[in-house]
Design a protein around this ligand. Structure first.
Ligand SMILES: Cc1ncc(COP(=O)(O)O)c(C=O)c1O
Length: 379
């Protein structure tokens, strides 16, 4: 049997062939410890710094402002828990949104238990954060605002530079979880006007288990992992050289091909939407009509259950926006915060395209989806 058509690039991406090529020498001859001062340490040490430069170039920052982490979750934990620790003297209030990934929500809940107060901002029906509420929530004790750049489920992109405008010259750190946006849309930290930004390698054709955190010069971030002093002492432990090299290459590719990649993702995503809407006019697309990732298509099939559609749709790999366990339907917190009616929310699927998605694949997938949906509706 052919493998299902992969339309779940927001969950993870395959490795780019160039990324694999770049990593191979570090699995073979360049196995040394980058901290070794002898011959074997030299190539790995140099490669880490090349990778750091490549990540920095994509984000438009200096290499010293990048630390390598184990992925988006660690970057977010380091940012939130670190800023909370460093700035606790100044205040105990953090602002975030109701539609963040669990990698933000859970550290926030943990910090609540440590005595921090967290405000979760509402979003509108498109998933855009309420900036008036944000302005109202800021208090003298506010130390950190963390707003995701692009949402993983519906793709809505947040107006981050407007947030900095609201902060003005107040001493509040702005962090963004850019796990989903890096490599899909521009992520220039100067234009976004953020102080901290989280990167997840496996969303941009690098391996799983590698990521980065941008830390603007001057921001006080404490150590996250204590040990022998790697990553400027902030994240100790012998570096994951192979994957750091992979992330660096993926960032270089993303920077060189951002527009072409983005256009291809958008072309295939929009074709899929068009084909589905033609045959299934009752469906609704979630997320902002224009301020949305070029690859993300969250669709609600009213009256159906997401997992039932996926069970039928064995030829396409996609994600459900709701899970149904023994008659209890659990709607995602994102769709819930956007106020998507239950009849729509429970039948929501996320399709996400990527750089390897072809027109043929989406044409085939659209036929399969339409057939599955019609079959279930007639059951
Ligand atoms: C928005 C967002 N943040 C954080 C993460 C977690 O990243 P990682 O899997 O690298 O820990 C993800 C992954 O799904 C994500 O989509």
């Amino acid at each position: 049997m052919d493998r299902p058509i992969y339309l779940d690039y927001n969950a993870t991406t395959p490795l780019a062939p160039e990324v694999i090529e770049e990593m191979i020498p570090f699995m073979k001859e360049h196995f040394g410890n980058p901290s070794s001062s002898h011959y074997y340490g030299r190539e790995p040490k140099k490669a880490i710094e090349v990778a750091r430069e490549r990540v920095a170039k994509l984000l438009n920052c200096s290499p010293e402002e990048i630390i390598f982490t184990s992925g988006g979750t660690e970057s977010n934990n380091h940012a939130l828990r670190g800023i909370a620790e460093s700035y606790r003297e100044k205040g105990n209030h953090i602002i975030t949104t109701a539609i963040e990934h669990h990698a933000i929500i859970e550290p926030c809940l943990y910090l609540m238990k440590q005595g921090f107060e967290i405000s979760f901002l509402k979003v509108d029906r498109y998933g855009v954060v309420d900036l008036d509420q944000l302005a109202r929530e800021i208090r003298p004790e506010t130390i950190l605002i963390s707003v995701m750049h692009a949402n993983n489920e519906v793709g809505t992109v947040q107006p981050l530079s407007d947030i900095k405008e609201i902060i003005g010259d107040r001493d509040i750190i702005l962090h963004t979880d850019a796990a989903q946006s890096v490599g899909k849309i521009p992520t220039d930290v100067e234009k976004l006007r953020v102080d901290l930004l989280s990167v997840a390698g496996h969303k941009l054709y690098a391996p799983k288990g590698i990521g980065a955190l941008y830390v603007r010069k001057g921001v006080k971030l404490p150590k996250f992992i204590h040990g022998a002093g790697q990553e400027r002492g902030l994240r100790a432990g012998t570096e994951n050289v192979i994957e750091i090299v992979g992330l660096g290459k993926a960032c270089e590719l993303a920077a060189d091909n951002l527009e072409d990649n983005s256009n291809n993702m958008k072309k295939t995503r929009d074709l899929l939407a068009e084909k589905l809407l033609e045959s299934l006019p009752q469906i609704k697309i979630n997320g902002h009509p224009s301020q949305r990732l070029p690859n993300t298509l969250s669709i609600s099939f009213p009256g159906l259950e997401a997992n039932r559609i996926l069970d039928r749709l064995t030829s396409v790999a996609a994600s459900a926006g709701a899970a149904c366990h023994s008659n209890e339907i659990k709607i995602s917190h994102v769709l819930d915060a956007m106020g998507i009616p239950i009849e729509y929310a429970k039948g929501t699927l996320r399709f996400s395209t990527g750089i390897f998605t072809t027109t043929e694949q989406v044409l085939q997938a659209s036929e399969d989806i339409i057939r599955a949906v019609k079959t279930i509706a007639n059951d």
